[in-house]
Write a protein that binds this ligand. Structure first.
Ligand code: FES
Length: 143
């Protein structure tokens, strides 16, 4: 599993095999601007600061020119990271956390996939009950 770091906010997200940058952001509960999601409009452009990406489907030169590619611009809806990547959003753009639940679920799934044993919910995450006690038991005498 690869890591995607989004600047200037500094958010790090897991990226699944074959997943696009935009797909990883959405799966992790974040919203970023996009249009066609097919490499046809260029609305989703970001700057690739570090790492390598590939395009599994053709991208028209009218949408992403060779000069833009050389300058590190990529289409987040089509670019699939080959390595850990760092991107920077276009000036004035924002990454919006739309679903903290999806973000937390993506982090836990990434930890499980990496074999990390610390995947149990932390304080304030998920319901807890004392071991050996059934749900709903209050421990008082029946009236
Ligand atoms: S959303 Fe249209 S090119 Fe990415």
């Amino acid at each position: 599993m690869r890591q995607l770091t989004v600047l200037p906010v500094g958010v790090s997200l897991p990226v699944g095999d074959g997943e696009t940058i935009l797909g990883a952001m959405v799966r992790s509960g974040f919203l970023y601007r996009f249009g066609c999601r097919r490499g046809g409009c260029g609305v989703c452009k970001v700057h690739l600061v570090a790492g390598e990406v590939r395009y599994e489907r053709p991208v028209a030169a009218a949408v992403l020119s060779d000069a833009e590619r050389a300058a590190g611009v990529c289409l987040s809806c089509r670019a699939v990271p080959l390595t850990d990547v760092v991107i920077e959003l276009q000036e004035g753009d924002r990454l919006i956390l739309a679903s903290p639940l999806l973000r937390d679920a993506a982090k836990r799934a990434a930890l499980r996939k990496s074999g990390d044993s610390a995947t149990r919910p932390g304080p304030g995450e998920g319901a807890r009950r004392p071991p050996g006690r059934p749900l709903g038991h209050q421990g008082g005498a029946a009236r």
